[in-house]
Design a protein around this ligand. Structure first.
Ligand code: PLP
Length: 441
């Protein structure tokens, strides 16, 4: 009642806009992350650690737009550079601009596995490009992803592609043919991965194994410490390329990405989000020179060409924003500081969970903090019946997390569906203390 009261009494301008939106926008929101319970809140200003909605309420921003604003929202030094560039040449020319080169050089310097970089329009596009590149380079056709991982919304990789065991498609509008050469493995199950690679060897070969290095959904289902190195070994054994999807982890876990943390060198790295510091058109593929040259064809081991495109890709606005965002991440040690804020927040949440005996677990990898209802992952799914019961329970708990998300919002905290939190450089000790008091309430 408290929560509903908040929305009723203090969010009337948001409510009006949300009603208006429903008439012209399917579901009333354009973005899957827009807070939508009991209606979408509309925001007008963003500054550092805080957001203000159109009714004037102030929130701590732990959504971070889904991850890209590691420096904090609307970070002034980058905004300034974007303004200057727009004054000079506007947002796009479609021709080579100095900042394309500067951004590529900077990324290559921080990620040794990225010897060359190609900018694309989004994380989804970049994953599509990585798959096409891997198929072109290897001449193989299969791709293997880890179950539960989100690699964008392309047909061949869309989220929750098949429900385990039943094989039923969760997302619709995707013909079977589109996913005919996509396979999924359970996280951490290296035997299954090996079996699939072996099976594929006689049937066209595996082009790529796609991994989110912290585990599916930015570590929502964590992988063990040695997992990535083992996958690397299996890829080498079977002639598949290892693709790290670092759309979330790139720059956020550190300037060298999760690959630096795990000490594993992928063949292709997919970047997005933080790459442009929260400015539009964040997507890129980077990797070994020989592999990357398959984007132009005629060089390396193949004369085939993996075609990628995009009218607005690599526009000067995205590039200037990305370059200066990364320079600022370097100067401010943003990943380390946001990581310490994440550690502090997680420790505080742990204390609340213990003290109040709540059915939650919390864990983090630096600035990526997970808050989950406990137990679902440990449930027995060994039979179809048990699997359905586990699914039901997972669904119920997901709903519970969403309700908790609404309660957090009513207490001035914006999170990702109540279950994921991104911290930023702007999250000083004061901000974290304030947040913990609100979580406790
Ligand atoms: N890969 C991962 C790991 C992601 O988390 C996302 C988006 O959340 C994507 C790819 C897709 O990126 P985009 O939303 O920019 O298309």
């Amino acid at each position: 009642a408290d929560v509903m009261g908040y929305f009723e009494q203090r969010c009337q301008a948001s409510r009006r806009l949300a009603e208006q939106a429903k008439a012209v926008i399917p579901g009333g929101v354009q973005h899957n992350l827009s807070f939508n319970y009991p209606f979408a809140l509309a925001f007008s200003t963003a500054d550092g650690a805080h957001l203000r909605d159109v009714d004037g309420n102030r929130y701590i921003d732990f959504l971070q737009a889904g991850g890209p604003t590691l420096l904090g929202s609307n970070y002034a030094p980058v905004r300034q550079k974007v303004h200057e560039l727009i004054d000079e040449c506007g947002p796009v020319t479609g021709l080579l601009h100095e900042y394309e080169v500067k951004l590529a050089e900077l990324v290559c310097r921080h990620m040794p596995a990225v010897e060359m970089l190609r900018l694309l329009g989004s994380g989804t596009e970049a994953v599509m490009g990585a798959v096409r590149l891997a198929r072109t380079y290897t001449g193989h056709k299969w791709i293997i992803k880890v179950g539960g991982a989100y690699h964008g919304w392309s047909d061949q990789l869309v989220y929750g592609m098949r429900l385990p065991k039943t094989g039923r498609m969760e997302a619709t509008g995707i013909p079977g043919g589109a996913t005919a050469y996509t396979q999924e493995c359970l996280p951490n199950d290296l035997d299954e991965l090996r079996r699939k690679l072996r099976w594929n060897r006689l049937r066209g070969g595996t082009a790529a194994v796609l991994v989110e290095p912290l585990g599916p959904e930015s570590g929502t289902r964590p992988v063990h410490r040695d997992y990535n190195a083992q996958v690397r070994r299996l890829c080498d054994e079977f002639g598949a390329l290892l693709v790290f999807d670092e759309v979330v982890t790139g720059f956020r876990v550190g300037l060298g990405g999760a690959q630096a943390f795990f000490g594993v060198r992928p063949d292709i790295t997919v970047l997005g989000k933080c790459l442009t510091g929260g400015y539009p058109m964040a997507g890129a593929i980077g990797g070994r020179r020989e592999v990357m040259m398959s984007l132009v064809g005629g060089l390396g081991t193949t004369s085939r060409r993996a075609f990628v495109g995009g009218t607005l890709s690599a526009n000067p606005l995205s590039c200037v924003a990305g370059y200066h965002a990364i320079v600022e991440m370097e100067r401010t040690q943003a990943a380390q500081k946001a990581g310490r804020a994440g550690d502090r927040l997680r420790a505080g949440l742990d204390e609340i969970i213990q003290r109040r005996r709540l059915p939650y677990v919390t864990y983090n990898m630096g600035s990526i903090v997970h808050l989950q209802t406990s137990g679902v992952l440990l449930m027995d799914t060994s039979s179809l019946w048990k699997l359905f019961r586990a699914k039901d329970e997972a669904k119920r708990r997901k709903h519970m997390m969403e309700e908790m998300g609404a309660a957090y919002t009513a207490h001035g905290l914006i999170t990702l569906a109540g279950s994921r939190i991104y911290t930023s450089l702007a999250d000083t000790d004061d901000v974290i203390d304030d947040a913990l008091n609100r979580f406790d309430d």
